[in-house]
Design a protein around this ligand. Structure first.
Ligand code: FES
Ligand code: FES
Length: 158
């Protein structure tokens, strides 16, 4: 199969790559671009570990083709911090010890940021509902929800 030439904006940078027509965006990010923050938990859209945003919409990158990103904007966990300064969500995950093995964490952070971008003051129920597509085998979710609530409160204060 001949490879597809793609130009996409990834974390604000115009990026070009070649990929196979049937190659997932997750594999492109991890194997071609060295962006290994998004993880493959299932490869079937069930765990959320591969979450990224595509033109601002939360997607499972294991269900998107690398070729589909052509002309579009992709944001990954690597684009969340500003240099050495962590995003409030990242800081609150650390403060609340909302991670153990960490495999699910990039996906939770990307998903939580997508929620707070839309709704800066979500209820606990809204947070739990929004994050229902992200699975964690370690933490039991409560700390994750508290971290998101705390980050949201801090971000609302500006
Ligand atoms: S790896 Fe994509 S949803 Fe699990
Ligand atoms: S911290 Fe291990 S799967 Fe979530």
């Amino acid at each position: 199969m001949s490879q597809v030439h793609v130009t996409a904006k990834i974390n604000g940078d115009t990026t070009e790559y070649l990929c196979e027509p049937d190659e997932t965006l997750l594999d492109v990010l991890r194997n071609r671009l060295g962006l290994t923050g998004a993880k493959e938990g299932c490869g079937t859209g069930d765990c959320g570990a591969c979450s990224v945003t595509l033109d601002g919409r939360l997607v499972c990158s294991c269900l998107v083709l690398g070729a589909e990103a052509n002309g579009r904007e992709v944001r990954t966990i690597e684009g969340m911090a500003h240099g050495e300064t962590l995003h409030p969500l990242q800081r609150k995950f650390l403060e609340h010890a909302a991670l153990q093995c960490g495999i699910c964490t990039p996906g939770f952070l990307v998903a939580a940021k997508a929620l707070l971008d839309k709704n800066p003051d979500p209820s606990e129920t809204e947070i739990r509902y929004w994050l229902a597509g992200n699975l964690c085998r370690c933490t039991g979710y409560d700390k994750i929800v508290r971290a998101v609530q705390d980050a949201a409160a801090e971000m609302r204060k500006g």
